[in-house]
Ligand binder design. Structure first.
Ligand SMILES: Cc1cc2nc3c(=O)[nH]c(=O)nc-3n(C[C@H](O)[C@H](O)[C@H](O)COP(=O)(O)O)c2cc1C
Length: 98
């Protein structure tokens, strides 16, 4: 995956929950990308809305990063697209990205 965190000071991690934790591909992403000193914001999608364990796992793996926010989305594909857009825009403003 071509992503250079060096150019970013805020990184959004948009993560589906699998078996209570981040989907497996995120282990690889976080292993291969140095987020030390970065602000990170999590957008976590699940069927259950239980995002805390997933967020704690991301905290542990995004070493040296500082979590500035978390948005938990329940089955976002079933949300009204305008409501989803507004929710994401509001979260982006909350964490200082917009
Ligand atoms: C292998 C797998 C495991 C999942 N495990 C969970 C889970 O433990 N808890 C939960 O709330 N949702 C779970 N889900 C639902 C996904 O989090 C949900 O489908 C996803 O956030 C929505 O994105 P998608 O439409 O890309 O799948 C799982 C989905 C898959 C495919």
């Amino acid at each position: 995956m071509s992503f250079d965190a060096a150019a970013c000071d805020l990184v959004f991690l948009v993560v589906p929950v699998w078996a209570g934790k981040p989907a497996a591909a995120f282990n690889t992403f976080l292993r291969d990308h140095d987020l030390e000193g970065k602000r990170v914001a999590y957008v976590i999608s699940s069927m259950s809305g239980n995002a805390d364990r997933c967020a704690a796992d991301l905290d542990a793996k995004a070493k040296g990063a500082r979590r500035v926010g978390m948005l938990s989305l329940v089955s976002p594909q079933k949300m009204d697209p305008e409501e989803l857009d507004a929710t994401l825009a509001s979260f982006a403003r909350e964490v200082g990205a917009a």
